[in-house]
Design a protein around this ligand. Structure first.
Ligand SMILES: Nc1nc2c(ncn2[C@@H]2O[C@H](COP(=O)(O)OP(=O)(O)OP(=O)(O)O)[C@@H](O)[C@H]2O)c(=O)[nH]1
Ligand SMILES: [Mg+2]
Length: 156
């Protein structure tokens, strides 16, 4: 499977490995060299000698789609320290009585693990926010559609 940013050259590789042009490629934008989103859906190519190669639309970025609670599961050592924090909703960054920061100071918790935890938690929280906004939008759209159909006397 070929994965990569737009314009990385995935489809060019498919064509080269196939031996002829079986899929469209496109020159990157002249102004900033970025790819143009040429392949728009995934396609499984069977190469002449039998190999199967999946070409995919370029990615714009790579991220996580885990919830904050899944992050806590992966960092069960930090969750164990966190259960002794003074505040239930401690962010483990600046609150007094934070057991995670104490573990950091005593060396029980390594600095890089702590930093990875904060980074992934932040990413998970922004992912949850995106999902929440998306659900809210879908709900609003659903309501509008429902009212429209009722007004038009359509079956709902
Ligand atoms: N200089 C150079 N250009 C390349 C190379 N591979 C691909 N290209 C050029 O890069 C441009 C984009 O290539 P594509 O194969 O369309 O890229 P892609 O990854 O399939 O892009 P999307 O389908 O948008 O995700 C084309 O103009 C290719 O000719 C390479 O190794 N060197
Ligand atoms: Mg492509």
């Amino acid at each position: 499977m070929l994965l990569g940013f737009n314009g990385a050259g995935k489809s060019t590789l498919v064509n080269r490995l196939y031996g002829k042009d079986v899929t469209k490629t496109q020159a990157n934008r002249f102004s900033d060299g970025k790819g143009r989103y040429t392949t728009t859906s995934k396609f499984l190519h069977q190469l002449p000698y039998g190999a199967l190669l999946l070409d995919t639309p370029g990615t714009r970025g790579v991220g996580m789609n885990s919830s904050a609670s899944e992050i806590a599961e992966s960092f069960s050592d930090i969750a164990a320290f966190a259960s002794h924090c003074r505040f239930h909703d401690c962010s483990h960054t600046r609150e007094p009585g934070c057991a995670v920061k104490s573990a950091l100071q005593s060396g029980e918790l390594k600095q890089d693990r702590y930093e990875h935890y904060l980074l992934l938690k932040r990413e998970a929280m922004s992912w949850e926010e995106v999902m929440w906004q998306r659900r809210k939008k879908d709900k609003t759209l659903g309501k509008v559609l429902y009212q429209y159909r009722r007004r038009e006397g359509k079956h709902v």
